[in-house]
Design a protein around this ligand. Structure first.
Ligand SMILES: C[S@@+](CC[C@H](N)C(=O)[O-])C[C@H]1O[C@@H](n2cnc3c(N)ncnc32)[C@H](O)[C@@H]1O
Length: 283
């Protein structure tokens, strides 16, 4: 009950911040580089990622701190694509579900620009109302990033980027079968994570969430997922098994990569485990 009330209050207070964009503040941030860090193997991985995904360098300079977080997402996507590639296509519409403050989007843009010619990246986030210590919300940050992106000279290769404040369950109903790639970095698969991030317990419906995520995919589209722990992998597998069992006749799920365990050091520089999935919608 309290969690639902808390959620409603956060939503109600948020419009007061809507018009504010922290872009200028972002531009003034002094951003370190892993390449300059005293960790040679991390610097080497950074160089490898930037050579493999050169469009990452085309992202707006004011995205500095976001690029650091995006490197961590890029590291994971690159691991997946090293294991199983996604064919190059005429279009690449990429939807990232649970984009937080937009910090996941740099990696999606850089990879999408490599995968297709007509690139469109959409970040979806339900909880844009979360405030940071500086008084800005997740939504403010994401809108600032999109604004800076729209002014970047490399738009012709990077395509379009938008950030949508929406529940994927509603969004998928309005945009079924529109995405070539859908990514879900660390989706909530356990109740404790969902409530710890301030969402009401009664809204924890992972089965419906993954059905909506799946519905967004075009036939032959790819779904990329990352999980945090073996407990999450166990729950994730159950939701995917249930989804697969419920697919209509003529539709199938291919699991190209299932819970690939990797260690990533971007973000915090200490080694963190991630478990990666790549699935494909058939039919
Ligand atoms: C654990 S966070 C992961 C954030 C980000 N992807 C990352 O890797 O840092 C999960 C995110 O999914 C969002 N989310 C949960 N349910 C959602 C829904 N139904 N529609 C859109 N976003 C949702 C949450 O608000 C949260 O920001």
């Amino acid at each position: 009950m309290f969690d639902l009330l808390h959620w409603k209050i956060r939503q109600a207070l948020c419009p007061f911040k809507r018009a504010v964009s922290p872009t200028q503040w972002l531009m003034n941030l002094d951003v370190p580089s892993y390449t300059q860090a005293s960790t040679p193997s991390l610097a080497e991985r950074e160089r490898y990622l930037l050579e493999g995904y050169p469009h990452f360098n085309d992202l707006p300079p004011s995205w500095g701190w976001v690029k650091l977080e995006s490197l961590y997402q890029l590291d994971q996507i690159a691991h997946l694509l090293e294991t199983h590639s996604i064919p190059h296509a005429k279009t690449c519409h990429w939807v990232d579900v649970g984009s937080k403050n937009g910090a996941t989007l740099g990696a999606c843009v850089a990879v999408a620009a490599q995968l297709g010619e007509n690139v469109q990246v959409t970040g979806l986030e339900l909880d844009t109302f979360r405030y940071y210590l500086d008084g800005y919300t997740r939504g403010d940050y994401a809108r600032g990033l999109v604004k800076a992106f729209a002014e970047t000279p490399a738009l012709n290769v990077l395509g379009t980027l938008d950030f949508v404040e929406a529940d994927v369950n509603n969004y998928a109903q309005m945009h079924p079968a529109t995405a070539d790639v859908v990514s879900c970095f660390l989706p909530f698969v356990l109740t404790k994570e969902h409530t710890a991030w301030g969402l009401p317990k009664q809204d924890f419906e992972p089965q419906a969430f993954f059905k909506s995520v799946w519905d967004l995919l075009k036939p032959n589209g790819f779904l990329l997922i990352s999980n945090l722990s073996e407990d999450e992998v166990h729950a994730q597998r159950q939701y995917l098994d249930a989804l697969e069992a419920s697919l209509p006749q003529g539709q199938g799920m291919v699991r190209h990569v299932e819970a690939l365990e990797i260690a990533t050091r971007f973000m915090r520089c200490s080694e963190e485990k991630r478990f990666l999935w790549m699935l494909q919608k058939i039919g």
